[in-house]
Ligand binder design. Structure first.
Ligand SMILES: Cc1ncc(COP(=O)(O)O)c(C=O)c1O
Length: 384
């Protein structure tokens, strides 16, 4: 029997492709967004303790353990002066990816339109389409990747159900201003839209910028679902533990679906994170930590032909290679991994339309040694 997939046109994600190529060619992997250094040894010690607790080898409570939800509520309060009830408004998920999927699958119905800004993280589009929804892609352009809110309003019609906001923005490193949030609020309230706010890089904002979280917008509480990731915040992307925060009415509906998508998330590691966050505030150190890495990498390449685009947040840096090559970015990325031994992500794959900037994305969540190696390779490339 022929059983066509509901995602017929979907190939393997570029992150898997580039990581597989990096492994095959023994290349330095600056492509996929994960740290190549260990998380805090104190967190690992706590994790070992809970992993060996025989009482924690079975299912966790469906919404997540209460102590972890309380820690999340504390962080939201400390960082954004907003009160969320850990009992009814915070749910622990299997990473940001599941949180996003749960948000789309709870609220997007066949025929609904969802506004997505390109370049867009690759899970939004398929997650919307699997619900029978239609992503409406609005391209943001380099170097600033600013949202034109007038253009957004022109794309809103009676079928528009939701808008996806990724702030800080992967892959551009752009961050939203308070004016952006004002414009967003005005549209959301005027057209009664739902906001799916992907804030997995919330603690990685640099220079004089401040993260403008949707948590800080009281007027948006009834319309917003906010997604977080401990993978990003604690350097533990392999643990796949994230958060879904929304007011009690939205959270009730999200949990109705969450319970059948995963039921519950890794039990001992939830305890480990909760215990660790009770003692430490590692997220407060992330801006300085990652800004140093960003600046270190940039300094190493200051005399090269690679042009650094502004990076205000996340752990990604966009590199313009126009002075080096005219190759399309996908070919450039393949050449770099096969010939030069360095894997990056071509930015055109984040656009649904025909936007093909001469840009590559590199991840600087790497050790000094990897950043040195990456800079040495990139410095050696004079022309392709
Ligand atoms: C913008 C964005 N959203 C969500 C995710 C997924 O987060 P997680 O690894 O916690 O599933 C990522 C991971 O790279 C991301 O970059």
């Amino acid at each position: 029997m022929q059983s066509p997939s509901k995602l017929t046109s979907q190939g393997e994600s570029i992150f898997s492709v580039m990581t597989a190529m990096a492994t095959k060619h023994q290349a330095l992997n600056l492509a996929q967004g994960f740290p190549d250094f260990e998380c805090d040894p104190a967190l690992l010690d706590i994790a070992r303790y809970y992993l060996s607790n025989s009482k924690l080898q079975q299912y966790a409570p469906m919404p997540g353990i209460l102590n972890l939800r309380k820690q999340v509520a504390n962080i939201i309060k400390n960082c954004y002066q907003a009160e969320f009830d850990p009992e009814n408004e915070i749910t622990i998920t299997a990473g940001g990816t599941q949180a996003l999927y749960t948000a789309f699958s709870t609220f997007i119905k066949p025929g609904d339109q969802v506004i997505v800004f390109d370049p867009a993280y690759d899970s939004y589009d398929p997650a919307i389409k699997l619900q029978g929804g239609f992503p409406v892609h609005i391209p943001l352009l380099p170097p600033q990747f600013k949202i034109d809110w007038g253009q957004v309003e022109k794309n809103i019609n009676p079928a528009t159900k939701a808008i996806v906001i990724n702030n800080p923005h992967n892959p551009s490193g752009a961050v939203l201003s308070t004016t952006d949030l004002d414009m967003l609020s005005a549209l959301v309230l005027k057209y009664k839209l739902l906001v799916i706010a992907d804030e997995v890089y919330e603690h990685m904002v640099f220079d004089s910028h401040k993260h403008q979280s949707l948590y800080s917008r009281i007027e948006l509480r009834q319309n917003s679902i906010i997604i977080g990731s401990f993978g990003k915040t604690l350097h533990t992307t392999g643990w796949k533990i994230g958060t879904l925060t929304a007011d009690a009415t939205l959270s009730f509906k999200l949990r109705q679906v969450h319970q059948f998508q995963v039921f519950a998330v890794n039990h001992p590691l939830q305890h480990a994170i909760a215990d660790y966050l009770q003692q430490y505030t590692p997220y407060l150190e992330l801006p300085v930590f990652y800004q140093k890495k960003r600046d270190y990498f940039k300094t190493k390449l200051q005399n090269s032909l690679w042009k650094f685009l502004p990076c205000k947040g996340t752990y990604f840096q966009l590199l313009d290679y126009s002075a080096i090559s005219n190759l399309p970015d996908t070919e450039m990325a393949f050449d770099l991994v096969t010939t030069y031994g360095i894997a990056c992500i071509p930015v055109s794959v984040f656009y649904a339309g025909n936007v093909k900037p001469n840009l590559l994305r590199v991840c600087f969540a790497k050790t000094e040694q990897s950043l040195n190696q990456g800079a040495a390779i990139l410095n050696s490339i004079q022309g392709l």
